[in-house]
Design a protein around this ligand. Structure first.
Ligand code: SF4
Length: 380
């Protein structure tokens, strides 16, 4: 076996269907196409079979879309197929994303039977006014009920996912939201500031002046409130927007941030193996049609040159609280980090935004606040 056909340890599975398209969402997600779900699952099974023997997962992450959208039998069919496709002897973490309101006891039973041990619940807010504004189909009571169903069903690890700095949300609202999340006692919290992505309904509204544009200072103030409350409750900030208690970090996402190899299956899924990146077609019908013809559902692929690979490793690794090991990155990418980035590192260390401690390079709290700006300086 060569480096180019190394076994994948991290598997991502995409389920692109949702009850409704949220106005801020630029993910590959589709509402009103539930008639495609059965055909899509058949195609997913075909794609999983194509990769037999090349995956021995330590982590599996089923994302979307809303992977728990659709009925329990559809969920059971594809989640069992994911579990059965590969040798699961090394599996440590099996995550699925779920939305409150899309869960019931039968679905949670199917998840636990398949070996799912972690659920990332898209709560976003506990304020019904903000949930409506975000176009979510659930309310705060659904979120609390979702957590109860998951815990009663035996899900060991729970992440509550929040959106911060929604237009109209005050700092006091933000504080209440994070306090309600902590009350539910999850092992993990993800807290992302709302972003305005190209092509979304929110971005159109903003461009038409009907929605306020984001302000960096306001966004940071919301993030700081959340960081402080979570730290006080014993959550460690291990990545800019991710917090875990008792070391219960998301191993799958950690692999992305460390620029590891991973296989993505499903419509629009990305994959990475030793500097080769590729992506499947986005459209679920086109994806299914390719697999029905026994073709690869490939949209594009590229070979990333070593300087860009190194930049990717820095860009993602510097999001982590413990940063990157410059010696490890130098030997992995064949480029000496200390000499290539000598001036950039010196400038950010002198400015108090970064620390180089032995071979570990990481951003300070102030540096994490300015992470995008700092990371831009590493562009090759
Ligand atoms: S539920 Fe999630 S994936 Fe689906 S439209 Fe909303 S934000 Fe996008």
């Amino acid at each position: 076996m060569t480096a180019s056909d190394a076994i994948f340890e991290h598997l991502y599975v995409h389920f692109p269907f949702c009850a409704r398209k949220c106005p801020y969402c630029d993910f590959n997600s589709h509402a009103g196409r539930d008639d495609l779900i059965d055909r899509y699952i058949d195609a997913l099974v075909l794609e999983l079979e194509r990769w037999a023997g090349q995956v021995r997962p330590r982590t599996i992450f089923v994302g979307g879309g809303t992977p728990t959208h659709g009925d329990a039998s559809a969920l059971e069919r594809y989640i069992d197929a994911v579990r059965d496709a590969f040798d699961a002897a090394a599996l440590e973490e099996f995550t699925i994303e779920a939305n409150p309101g899309s869960l019931d006891r039968a679905k949670v039973r199917a998840l636990v039977r398949a070996g799912v041990n972690r659920v990332s619940l898209g709560v976003q807010s506990f304020d019904d006014r903000l949930l409506e504004m975000l176009g979510r189909v659930h309310n705060a009571a659904d979120a609390v009920r979702g957590v109860e169903i998951l815990r009663a069903g035996g899900i060991e690890r729970l992440s509550v996912d929040l959106i911060l700095a929604t237009p109209g949300q005050s700092l006091a609202d933000q504080e209440r939201d994070v306090a309600r999340a902590i009350d539910l006692d999850p092992e993990h919290v993800s807290a992302y500031v709302l972003t305005f992505e190209e092509g979304t309904a929110f971005t159109r509204l903003m461009e038409e002046g009907r929605m306020p544009a984001p302000e960096a200072e306001r966004d940071l103030a919301h993030l700081h409130v959340v960081c402080e409350r979570l730290a006080a409750a014993g959550y460690e900030r291990y990545e800019i927007s991710n917090f875990a208690r008792g070391g219960r970090v998301c191993l799958h996402n950690l692999a992305y941030w460390r620029n590891a190899n991973w296989l993505g299956v499903g419509a629009g899924a990305h994959s990475h193996r030793d500097g080769r990146r590729w992506k499947n077609v986005d459209d679920p019908a086109a994806y299914a049609a390719a697999l029905e013809r026994s073709d690869a559902p490939l949209d594009w692929e590229e070979h990333v040159p070593p300087p860009s690979q190194l930049f990717e490793s820095l860009m993602m690794g510097l999001r982590l609280a413990d940063g990157v090991d410059v010696n490890e990155l130098s030997s992995r990418h064949g480029i000496d980090v200390r000499t290539t980035y000598e001036d950039v590192i010196r400038e950010h260390v002198a400015g108090g935004r970064a620390v180089l401690d032995g071979s570990r390079l990481f951003l300070t709290e102030g540096g994490l606040d300015l992470a995008n700006r700092v990371i831009r300086d590493f562009v090759p």
